[in-house]
Design a binder for this molecule. Structure first.
Ligand SMILES: [Zn+2]
Length: 170
Protein backbone atom coordinates (compact mmCIF):
# COMPACT_ATOMS: atom_id res chain seq x y z
CA UNK A 1 0.00 0.00 0.00
CA UNK A 2 3.00 2.31 0.39
CA UNK A 3 3.87 4.90 2.94
CA UNK A 4 1.39 7.56 3.86
CA UNK A 5 1.86 11.12 4.94
CA UNK A 6 -0.33 12.86 7.50
CA UNK A 7 -1.76 16.11 6.10
CA UNK A 8 -2.61 18.85 8.59
CA UNK A 9 -4.82 21.78 7.83
CA UNK A 10 -3.48 25.29 8.14
CA UNK A 11 -4.74 25.36 11.76
CA UNK A 12 -2.81 22.15 12.56
CA UNK A 13 -5.89 19.95 12.74
CA UNK A 14 -5.49 16.55 11.10
CA UNK A 15 -7.12 16.64 7.68
CA UNK A 16 -6.25 13.49 5.78
CA UNK A 17 -3.48 11.24 4.62
CA UNK A 18 -1.86 11.18 1.19
CA UNK A 19 0.91 9.37 -0.65
CA UNK A 20 4.55 10.37 -0.30
CA UNK A 21 4.86 11.63 -3.91
CA UNK A 22 1.75 13.80 -3.50
CA UNK A 23 3.07 15.23 -0.22
CA UNK A 24 6.43 15.89 -1.78
CA UNK A 25 4.78 17.72 -4.65
CA UNK A 26 2.69 19.87 -2.29
CA UNK A 27 5.83 20.91 -0.43
CA UNK A 28 7.80 21.42 -3.62
CA UNK A 29 5.04 23.61 -5.09
CA UNK A 30 5.05 25.58 -1.85
CA UNK A 31 1.48 24.64 -1.00
CA UNK A 32 2.50 22.94 2.21
CA UNK A 33 5.35 22.93 4.67
CA UNK A 34 7.26 19.94 5.88
CA UNK A 35 6.65 19.43 9.59
CA UNK A 36 8.23 16.05 10.15
CA UNK A 37 10.33 13.73 8.07
CA UNK A 38 11.29 10.10 8.16
CA UNK A 39 14.39 9.30 10.16
CA UNK A 40 14.97 6.10 8.24
CA UNK A 41 14.06 6.88 4.64
CA UNK A 42 14.91 9.56 2.11
CA UNK A 43 13.75 10.32 -1.42
CA UNK A 44 16.38 10.19 -4.15
CA UNK A 45 16.40 11.76 -7.55
CA UNK A 46 19.30 11.26 -9.94
CA UNK A 47 21.37 13.96 -8.31
CA UNK A 48 19.75 14.89 -5.05
CA UNK A 49 18.49 13.47 -1.81
CA UNK A 50 15.36 14.88 -0.22
CA UNK A 51 13.81 14.25 3.18
CA UNK A 52 10.85 11.89 3.04
CA UNK A 53 7.85 13.71 4.54
CA UNK A 54 5.81 12.04 7.27
CA UNK A 55 3.74 15.08 8.31
CA UNK A 56 2.97 18.18 6.23
CA UNK A 57 0.84 21.23 6.89
CA UNK A 58 -1.12 23.09 4.22
CA UNK A 59 -0.41 26.81 3.87
CA UNK A 60 -4.05 27.57 3.14
CA UNK A 61 -7.02 26.53 5.21
CA UNK A 62 -9.19 23.93 3.52
CA UNK A 63 -12.87 23.80 4.40
CA UNK A 64 -14.18 20.30 4.25
CA UNK A 65 -17.87 19.68 4.76
CA UNK A 66 -17.24 16.22 6.11
CA UNK A 67 -14.15 14.93 7.79
CA UNK A 68 -13.79 11.35 8.70
CA UNK A 69 -14.67 7.96 7.52
CA UNK A 70 -16.83 7.35 4.48
CA UNK A 71 -19.89 5.42 5.50
CA UNK A 72 -19.76 2.38 3.26
CA UNK A 73 -20.80 -1.18 3.73
CA UNK A 74 -17.16 -2.29 3.76
CA UNK A 75 -16.19 0.32 6.36
CA UNK A 76 -19.03 -0.71 8.65
CA UNK A 77 -17.97 -4.36 8.35
CA UNK A 78 -14.42 -3.26 9.16
CA UNK A 79 -15.49 -1.29 12.22
CA UNK A 80 -17.34 -4.37 13.47
CA UNK A 81 -14.40 -6.68 12.89
CA UNK A 82 -16.25 -8.45 10.06
CA UNK A 83 -18.50 -10.19 12.55
CA UNK A 84 -22.21 -10.36 13.06
CA UNK A 85 -22.90 -8.10 16.03
CA UNK A 86 -25.57 -10.49 17.29
CA UNK A 87 -24.13 -14.00 17.00
CA UNK A 88 -20.48 -13.36 16.09
CA UNK A 89 -20.27 -15.31 12.87
CA UNK A 90 -18.28 -13.92 9.95
CA UNK A 91 -20.32 -15.74 7.30
CA UNK A 92 -22.92 -14.26 5.00
CA UNK A 93 -22.82 -10.70 6.34
CA UNK A 94 -25.18 -7.88 5.62
CA UNK A 95 -26.14 -4.60 7.29
CA UNK A 96 -28.80 -4.35 9.96
CA UNK A 97 -30.70 -1.22 10.97
CA UNK A 98 -30.62 -1.52 14.78
CA UNK A 99 -33.78 0.54 15.06
CA UNK A 100 -35.62 -0.79 11.99
CA UNK A 101 -36.03 1.52 9.04
CA UNK A 102 -39.78 0.89 9.09
CA UNK A 103 -39.81 2.49 12.54
CA UNK A 104 -37.81 5.55 11.66
CA UNK A 105 -34.33 4.08 12.08
CA UNK A 106 -31.71 6.16 10.32
CA UNK A 107 -29.09 4.97 7.88
CA UNK A 108 -26.05 6.22 9.74
CA UNK A 109 -23.02 5.03 11.70
CA UNK A 110 -24.96 4.96 14.94
CA UNK A 111 -27.79 2.81 13.66
CA UNK A 112 -26.09 0.37 11.31
CA UNK A 113 -24.53 -2.83 12.55
CA UNK A 114 -22.97 -5.79 10.81
CA UNK A 115 -25.28 -8.79 10.98
CA UNK A 116 -25.43 -12.18 9.32
CA UNK A 117 -28.43 -12.76 7.11
CA UNK A 118 -29.87 -15.26 9.56
CA UNK A 119 -29.84 -12.84 12.50
CA UNK A 120 -31.00 -10.04 10.27
CA UNK A 121 -34.13 -11.90 9.22
CA UNK A 122 -34.72 -13.30 12.69
CA UNK A 123 -34.63 -9.80 14.14
CA UNK A 124 -37.02 -8.51 11.46
CA UNK A 125 -38.86 -5.35 12.43
CA UNK A 126 -37.88 -5.49 16.09
CA UNK A 127 -35.33 -3.66 18.17
CA UNK A 128 -32.54 -5.76 19.73
CA UNK A 129 -34.35 -5.50 23.08
CA UNK A 130 -37.69 -6.68 21.69
CA UNK A 131 -36.07 -9.51 19.76
CA UNK A 132 -33.94 -10.40 22.79
CA UNK A 133 -30.85 -10.18 20.64
CA UNK A 134 -28.30 -8.03 22.49
CA UNK A 135 -25.66 -6.24 20.43
CA UNK A 136 -22.02 -7.11 21.12
CA UNK A 137 -21.17 -3.41 20.82
CA UNK A 138 -23.25 -0.35 20.15
CA UNK A 139 -22.63 1.06 16.67
CA UNK A 140 -20.51 4.21 16.65
CA UNK A 141 -18.84 6.58 14.26
CA UNK A 142 -15.13 5.72 13.99
CA UNK A 143 -12.71 8.38 15.12
CA UNK A 144 -10.29 9.97 12.71
CA UNK A 145 -7.43 8.01 14.24
CA UNK A 146 -9.27 4.75 13.74
CA UNK A 147 -9.78 5.72 10.14
CA UNK A 148 -6.07 6.38 9.76
CA UNK A 149 -5.24 3.01 11.26
CA UNK A 150 -7.57 1.17 8.95
CA UNK A 151 -6.54 3.20 5.98
CA UNK A 152 -2.78 3.03 6.37
CA UNK A 153 -2.42 -0.14 8.38
CA UNK A 154 -0.48 1.58 11.11
CA UNK A 155 -0.32 5.05 12.49
CA UNK A 156 3.20 6.36 12.06
CA UNK A 157 4.65 7.16 15.50
CA UNK A 158 5.82 10.46 14.05
CA UNK A 159 2.17 11.43 13.58
CA UNK A 160 1.13 11.09 17.18
CA UNK A 161 2.30 14.52 18.39
CA UNK A 162 0.23 16.07 15.61
CA UNK A 163 -2.98 14.21 16.27
CA UNK A 164 -5.27 15.84 18.79
CA UNK A 165 -4.78 14.54 22.31
CA UNK A 166 -8.44 13.58 22.42
CA UNK A 167 -8.08 11.38 19.37
CA UNK A 168 -4.72 9.97 20.34
CA UNK A 169 -6.24 8.48 23.49
CA UNK A 170 -8.58 6.36 21.42
ZN1 LIG B 1 -25.66 -13.51 13.30
Amino acid sequence: MGRKVLVLNQDYSALSVCSVPKAFLLVYMNKAELLAESSTHVLRSVREVFPMPTVIRLHRYVHLPYRGVMMTRQNIFKRDGNRCQYCGTSDDLTLDHVLPKSRGGKTNWDNLATACKRCNSRKGDYTPEEANMPLRQRPFKPSFLMFLRDFSGVVDDGWLPYLGAKEAIY
